[in-house]
Ligand binder design. Structure first.
Ligand code: 5GP
Ligand code: MN
Length: 357
């Protein structure tokens, strides 16, 4: 019954007053002479956000473009190893420099997000920018009239895979170097749960095969991401696992992290990445929820599901969020306990079956 919410397409702006977003290939002629380019991505960037941004950065600089990657907030430690990570401007920490770069550029690439609200504190600046914005993204429900050019494809595993597609379409495969491969592999690996989620298509494996032929040492990337955490992060995981609240009859599990415990375990950006998936490892569980308490009663919520349950719609409908079919996020301002209770009530009264597609 809710299938109309599925399969949104970038061209469905819903109103004829909006211009259609132009195809991504339409920007190729504009990139024939060196330009000033800003690449930006979503708040609290993950490996796909920074991997796609730096992958594109390492590609475009080979054509003489002046490229600046701007992240709305800091690049977390677990991706600081990426080639070029030290060149990324953190908008929150270095606002003046970031604004200068935004003012001076000719084009703005927007990667791994599809709505200006996803850059949070940078939203007003990004919205005010008059330069053409180019989206490359794989989330559901894009605000397509915000972007002049681009590609929005929720069937893609990752934005990193889409940067590879962009390069292939641009006939630039021969420019794919170690830097590009390391960045793109990392984001594709994390967004596919190490190549296990349904979006891991034959095209994904063909891209990786191409990288392997060009000499990518993939195991070094796994090690850099998954075997490089602090001891505190493992203790934090132990703590979070103990908060597990199971409802096997209704097939959901909730875990949470309070602000007090976040201080206690000295949580850093990126430390809780992947925790939510662990609750899905229980056979009877189809929906996993992980809540992180922030300042002022704000709570960030991560949703994950197995199979045909659309958590992006759930997040959009009740928690001002969105994302992908099986992985989404949202926010609440009711504090931790009340938010947990709200989720339980929603799941029990609305029944998850409503979100089965
Ligand atoms: P995570 O749970 O890892 O933070 O997010 C899961 C997925 O949902 C990611 O692809 C992320 O981009 C998306 N997402 C997370 N929070 C939000 C949100 O507040 N709004 C939207 N539209 N997407 C979100
Ligand atoms: Mn992504």
């Amino acid at each position: 019954p809710l299938s109309f919410l599925k399969n949104s397409c970038c061209h469905e702006s819903g109103s004829s007053i909006y211009q259609r977003m132009k195809h991504i290939a339409d920007i190729f002629p504009l990139l024939e002479t060196p330009r000033k380019i800003v690449i930006t991505t979503h708040y609290k960037p993950d490996a796909d956000a920074i991997g796609s941004s730096l992958g594109l950065y390492h590609y475009l600089i080979q054509y003489g473009h002046q490229v600046q990657v701007i992240a709305p907030s800091e690049v977390p430690d677990f991706i600081q190893w990426m080639p070029g990570a030290d060149t990324v401007l953190n908008y929150e920490a270095r606002t003046d420099e970031a604004v200068k770069a935004l003012d001076a550029c000719d084009y703005i690439f927007c990667l791994d997000f599809n709505h200006p609200s996803r850059v949070r504190t940078m939203e007003a600046r990004l919205t005010a920018a008059t330069q053409p914005k180019i989206i490359i993204d794989h989330h559901l429900e894009p605000l397509s009239n915000f972007f002049a050019y681009g590609e929005s494809n929720p069937d893609k595993s990752s934005t990193c895979e889409m940067i590879y597609d962009f390069i292939v379409l641009h006939k630039g495969e021969q420019k794919i170097n170690q830097e590009i491969m390391q960045c793109l592999y990392a984001g594709c690996m994390t967004d596919t749960g190490s190549f296990r989620f349904p979006a891991t298509t034959a095209s994904v494996h063909e891209m990786i095969a191409f990288f392997k032929h060009r000499g990518l040492e993939h195991s070094r990337i796994h090690e850099a991401i998954y075997d490089s955490y602090s001891a505190n992060r493992l203790r934090l995981l132990g703590h979070v696992l103990h908060t597990l609240d199971l409802n096997e009859e209704e097939h959901y599990a909730i875990m949470s992290l309070s602000l007090g415990d976040a201080y206690k375990y000295e949580v850093k950006s990126g430390d809780t990445e992947g925790f939510v998936n662990m609750a899905l490892s229980i056979k009877s569980i189809a929906v996993a929820v992980f809540l992180t308490e922030r300042q002022n009663r704000e709570v960030r919520i991560s949703f994950r599901s197995k199979g045909n349950i659309d958590v992006s719609e759930f997040a959009r409908k009740y928690f001002n969020g969105g994302g992908h079919f099986n992985a989404a996020g949202g926010v609440s301002h009711d504090g931790l306990e009340a938010t947990i209770n709200k989720i339980k009530t929603l799941i029990s009264t609305k029944k998850l079956t409503q979100f089965i597609k």
